[in-house]
Each structure stands twice: as structure tokens, then as C-alpha cells.
Design a protein around this ligand. Structure first.
Ligand code: 5GP
Length: 120
């Protein structure tokens, strides 16, 4: 169930501010409030989708194409293609997803090291 009071829904409605880097019909991108890399941007679809699971099952082809194109465009506009970047999208409790509105993290700005460090 999508919670319309989640923090990214409030950002989409303009009820709380964000440091916006990109916006089009399908997506909004803004700086993470607690960056974990020199560049840490979140890209969110404008539709009400909890996570990639919800989005990939229920979004229209136009929404999916628009969102994926937006992720690539944000990375290009930030100059990240040449140095490289990492994308991450969390779904559900094991991933520690905190905000229940689909978001893709873009990390960049330094060598990012191993992909995962896991606790056993
Ligand atoms: P998750 O763990 O759900 O994949 O990531 C949620 C991300 O949202 C975290 O990196 C967190 O720092 C970021 N975040 C949480 N609240 C806010 C906010 O109000 N504004 C912005 N810009 N980022 C937020």
C-alpha cells in the first residue's frame, strides 16, 4: 500500500523543500539529505510507486521509459558518465529501504570501492 504521507510524496507535492537537480514529466532528482558519496542524488518517479517491485509491475510503459531515461539524463547532466557512477534501488526490509516511494540512488565523485559490505 502506498503511503501518500511519505517524505518523497511531500517533496513531490512541494510541501517540503529539496535541492533539485532535474525535473521532467516523469521524474524528479534531488540531492540526498545525508550524502554517502561526494555526489549522492536520488531520482524518483512522479507516480505513486512504493518500490521497484511495485513500479515494474504496475507502471505504464511510458512511465518506465520516462523514469529510466531520466536516471541516465541526470547522470549525463552531472558529468558522471566519464568518471563513472553507481545506481542502487532498495526494496523491502532486507535492503533497509527507509522511504516507501521508489528512488534510485546515484553515487559518484570518488572511487566507490566494493559493491557491498555485509554483516554476517
Ligand atoms: P533508502 O534507504 O530508502 O534507499 O534511502 C532513503 C534516502 O533518502 C536516504 O539516503 C536518506 O538520506 C534520504 N532522505 C531521507 N529523508 C530525506 C529528505 O527529507 N530529503 C532528502 N533530500 N533526502 C532524504
Amino acid at each position: 500500500m502506498y503511503d501518500p504521507e511519505n517524505i518523497f510524496a511531500k517533496i513531490l507535492r512541494g510541501e517540503i523543500p529539496c535541492n533539485k537537480v532535474f525535473e521532467d514529466d516523469h521524474a524528479l532528482a534531488f540531492r540526498d539529505i545525508a550524502p554517502q558519496a561526494p555526489v549522492h542524488v536520488l531520482v524518483i518517479p512522479k507516480g505513486a510507486y512504493v518500490s521497484m517491485d511495485d513500479f515494474s509491475e504496475n507502471a505504464s510503459d511510458a512511465e518506465i521509459a520516462g523514469f529510466i531515461r531520466a536516471v541516465g539524463q541526470v547522470a549525463r547532466e552531472l558529468g558522471l558518465v566519464e568518471p563513472g557512477y553507481r545506481l542502487l534501488a532498495n526494496h523491502g526490509p532486507d535492503s533497509h529501504q527507509e522511504v516507501p516511494h521508489l528512488h534510485v540512488h546515484i553515487f559518484a565523485g570518488q572511487p566507490l570501492g566494493p559493491m557491498l559490505t555485509t554483516k554476517t
